[in-house]
Design a protein around this ligand. Sequence first.
Ligand SMILES: Cc1cc2nc3c(=O)[nH]c(=O)nc-3n(C[C@H](O)[C@H](O)[C@H](O)COP(=O)(O)OP(=O)(O)OC[C@H]3O[C@@H](n4cnc5c(N)ncnc54)[C@H](O)[C@@H]3O)c2cc1C
Length: 446
Amino acid sequence: MRLQSRALVWRAIHLPQRRTLCGKSKEYDIVIVGGGLVGASLCAGLVQSQLPCKIALVEPNLQRLLSNSKEKSGEAVPLRTSTINPASQQWLKKLKIWELLDSQEVAAFARMKVWDSTSGSSLVFHASEVGMESLGFVVANDDLLRGCYQRLQRSLQSTQSQIDFFDSGVDDFHWYFSQSGFTKWPRLVLKDQNELHGRVVVAADGSNSTTRKSANIPWFSHYYQQRAVVLTVRTEKLHRTAWQRFLSTGPIALLPMAGVNISNVVWSTTELEASILCSASKETLVKELNNAFLGAVNLHKDSDTEEYPPSISEILRGPASFPLYLGHASEYVKERLVLVGDAAHSVHPLAGQGVNLGFADAQCLVELFENAWMTGRDFGELSLLLQYQRKRLPKNLLMLAALHSLETFFSFQFGPVSFIRGLGMSLLGGLIPAKKAIIDFASGKI
Ligand SMILES: Cc1cc2nc3c(=O)[nH]c(=O)nc-3n(C[C@H](O)[C@H](O)[C@H](O)COP(=O)(O)OP(=O)(O)OC[C@H]3O[C@@H](n4cnc5c(N)ncnc54)[C@H](O)[C@@H]3O)c2cc1C
């Protein structure tokens, strides 16, 4: 069947329910609540797949995101970055978002060194050891978001989908869950008084998701009693390694950014240390950072750049700090509702996986909706949405458990545990198949 006629049939079967809609009441096939990285990439994915459907994107910071041009953000170096794994890069390439990032915005790294401050043991991952070009890419969140919204704006002319943007938050949700499987469409009342009815509502509104809460989906949460202190720094030498040192208080990472000798630091530490760091002078911070990465090592000009991270010479942006939680929803779907990204799961940033899991959710959902359209199914059908849950929940849970175990394992300072940890890291260092398995897992291949 040709695409045009397939679209007509799909519309005829799934015509919006007839009801009298008052002035500002509108009907959509898909309502996405939250236009952060995951919601915006999902919207770009739906638009690119040319589904002939009506989509609403609801985001309270939409105006800022749509007009987020490089020129407006000025000269300041970015503060928040994400480590993008190769699977997410492929997805962003497919959406033609990756091509909107220029070489000044993406820093690839082909090497990663992880070491333990207690035992001194280390583990080095090389992309070449496992036949890859890079292990990942560090990109500023603002640049990624700009790419998503530019893609959306450029696609508006050439898509079969119709997108309406709502620069507002949701004030009130009305769900009509029932056992019969034929629930009425949910009704969302926005802060700007618009009323949206959606065949399916996608909650992409972050870990504090009001959409999830309004639908009474239980959320398991664990506070690490830690905050991530984030800074952008200048290093004395250029480096292309992602460094991560496990300190007794938590991990600290130095990630190469695009630009000359610029890196991003994510230092997960106790609340007390985070507040001390955030109120310290820049000179003190530089000292503290070098001490955290290098300890007693005194770097000389000719120090081995493979062995130690470069020393930090200047704070360019930050610090800012963020509380660290592990969180997971007990279910990802209900009739006419689906959770994606941090609204469904929130992980410790120690392996830079959060948004990568969210992109994988979005990709899975786009494929599901494409199949539903081809087979004439209603996007909001629970049995359809359960397919998404069956695919994504076990994978996300596995990553969540792995990251939590890693965090816990490295937080033990008890002698025998740190000895075993050191031994394990040394043994693993020589086992290429084991390292390949770890890299595949972190790259989103498994
Ligand atoms: C310090 C730190 C470092 C990190 N580093 C990495 C990394 O290197 N790699 C990685 O993969 N992940 C990383 N993460 C995790 C990553 O930032 C998150 O997983 C990701 O941002 C989640 O994206 P999201 O779109 O699901 O949610 P969010 O980014 O939280 O976006 C939610 C959106 O919903 C909107 N919203 C909220 N409420 C409403 C409402 N009621 N109505 C409408 N809209 C609403 C918000 O305005 C926001 O735009 C890190 C996290 C932290 C804290």
